[in-house]
Design a protein around this ligand. Structure first.
Ligand SMILES: *Cc1c(COP(=O)(O)O)cnc(C)c1O
Length: 378
C-alpha cells in the first residue's frame, strides 16, 4: 500500500454549521432597531417556542451554555450529598456537581453503549444519594427505563446530560422526555448550535418556572428576589443564530448520515476496528462518528492511530480520555478507584472520534479511511 497523500488543509473533528451571513444579519435588524439585546427578547422567545415544537416538549429554558444550565438543574432540584454519575464524559458533567458542593460517585459503564451501567448504580446508593446524573454519550440513549425504575425505588432525581443527543429519539420519543430534567448544549461543536448556548427541559412546569427564576438572578418582579439565582440567560444574538441554524439543521444532519454511511462502508473490513453503533429503534443524533480500536486485533493502539493521523493533516479526538475519575480533582474519591471502573477504562483507551461534518465529501472520507488503514499496517 502506497503512503496516502496528506490533506492540503487540516481536517478537524468537526466543522460547525455557518449559515449565510445575510440570513443572520436579517434577524438582527430588529435587535438593532429595538436595542433589545438580551433579557427574554423576541428572538429568545421565538427560539424557545421553535425548540419546544421541534422537541415536542413545552418546558424549554434557554441558557448561555450547557454547563451553567446543568449547574442550575442541580439547584432547581435541590440536590444534596452524593450524585451517581459516569466517569466516561466531558469534564463539565462532574464539575457541575463540584460547583454545587455535591460529591460525584462514579459508576462503571455498559460495554456496548459506554453509558452508565444501571447494574452498577444500585450498589453505590447511600443514605446521602440524591440523584443520578447520566450522559447520553455520543447521543446513544442511556438505559432510560432501568434508570427510572432505580430512581423511583430509591426516591432519587434523574438528570440527563444530553449535550450529544439533540436529535435522538427512542422509538419516536424525543430523548428529553426522560428524566426530571434534561440538558442540551448548543456549543459550536454540537450539531445544532448557537455558538455558545444550551437549554434545560423540565418534565414538571413548576421546575421550569424555578429554572427560569434561577437563570435570571432569582428576580420575580421589580421588588421581589425569590431566590439566589445566577445569570444564565441567552442573548438575542445567540438566539438569532439558533433560529437560523434550525433552518439548516436537517440539511447538515442529512449530509452527516451520508458521511456516516461512507465510513461504515470503508471501515467495515478493518480488523480490530468497530463502530460504536446505536440500537435499531434509535433515531441517531449524528453528533460524532466514533470507532473503537482494539489494540490486540488492530495491531496498533488508539493513541498511535490518533498521533500518526496528524501526519496526514487529520485531527481526531479521544472522546473521552482521560476518564473524569482520573482527574487530579476527583481521583481521591473512593468511587474513582480504577479497579472499580474496568469497562470505562477500556472504553477510554479505545475510542477515537473521526472527522464528522456534512461538508466532508465521499472522497474525503475515503482518503481518511485509507490513511487509517495505512497507519494500522505501517
Ligand atoms: C459539550 C458538552 C457539555 C458542555 O456544554 P457547554 O454548552 O459547552 O457548556 C457537557 N457535557 C457534555 C457531554 C458535552 O459534550
Amino acid at each position: 500500500m502506497n503512503r496516502p497523500l496528506p490533506f492540503a488543509a487540516p481536517i478537524f473533528v468537526t466543522r460547525p454549521i455557518a449559515p449565510p451571513l445575510a440570513e443572520y444579519a436579517a434577524l438582527l435588524e430588529s435587535v438593532w432597531s429595538t436595542r433589545w439585546f438580551t433579557n427574554n427578547g423576541t428572538l429568545h422567545q421565538a427560539l424557545e417556542n421553535a425548540l419546544a415544537e421541534f422537541l415536542r416538549t413545552p418546558n424549554v429554558s434557554l441558557f448561555t451554555n450547557g454547563t451553567i444550565a446543568l449547574i442550575v438543574a442541580c439547584q432547581a432540584l435541590e440536590l444534596t450529598g452524593e450524585v451517581i454519575t459516569t466517569p466516561f464524559t466531558f469534564p463539565a458533567t462532574p464539575h457541575v456537581l463540584h460547583w454545587n458542593k455535591l460529591t460525584p460517585v462514579f459508576a462503571d459503564v455498559d460495554a456496548e453503549t459506554m453509558n452508565i451501567d444501571p447494574d452498577c448504580i444500585e450498589a453505590l446508593i447511600s443514605p446521602r444519594t440524591s440523584a443520578i446524573l447520566a450522559v447520553h454519550v455520543y447521543g446513544t440513549p442511556c438505559a432510560v427505563e432501568p434508570i427510572e425504575a432505580i430512581a423511583r425505588r430509591h426516591g432519587l432525581r434523574v438528570i440527563y446530560d444530553a449535550a450529544h443527543a439533540f436529535a435522538t429519539k427512542i422509538s419516536g420519543t424525543p430523548i428529553c422526555a426522560y428524566g426530571d430534567v434534561t440538558m442540551l448544549s448548543f456549543h459550536a461543536t454540537k450539531l445544532f448550535h448557537t455558538a455558545e448556548g444550551g437549554a434545560l427541559i423540565a418534565r414538571d412546569p413548576q421546575v421550569k418556572a424555578k429554572v427560569d427564576l434561577l437563570k435570571n438572578f432569582g428576580i420575580r418582579n421589580e421588588t421581589e428576589i425569590a431566590m439566589p439565582g445566577i445569570n444564565g440567560k441567552m442573548s438575542e444574538l445567540h438566539a438569532a443564530l439558533g433560529l437560523v441554524n434550525l433552518r439548516h439543521y436537517e440539511h447538515e444532519r442529512t449530509h452527516r448520515a451520508r458521511v456516516a454511511a461512507c465510513y461504515d462502508r470503508d471501515l467495515a473490513e478493518v480488523a480490530g476496528l468497530r463502530r460504536a453503533r446505536p440500537a435499531p429503534d434509535v433515531h441517531a443524533s449524528l453528533q460524532y462518528y466514533v470507532v473503537r480500536i482494539d489494540r490486540g486485533h488492530a495491531g496498533r493502539s488508539r493513541d498511535e492511530v490518533h498521533e500518526h493521523l496528524k501526519e496526514f493533516n487529520i485531527f481526531t479526538r479521544r472522546y473521552f480520555y482521560p476518564l473524569c475519575s482520573d482527574y487530579d480533582c476527583y481521583r481521591h474519591l473512593p468511587s474513582a478507584d480504577r479497579a472499580r471502573l474496568p469497562v470505562a477504562r477500556r472504553a477510554a483507551d479505545e475510542v477515537l472520534a473521526l472527522p464528522f461534518f456534512g461538508e466532508l465529501t465521499d472522497d474525503d472520507v475515503s482518503r481518511i479511511c485509507e490513511a487509517i488503514r495505512y497507519v494500522l499496517v505501517h
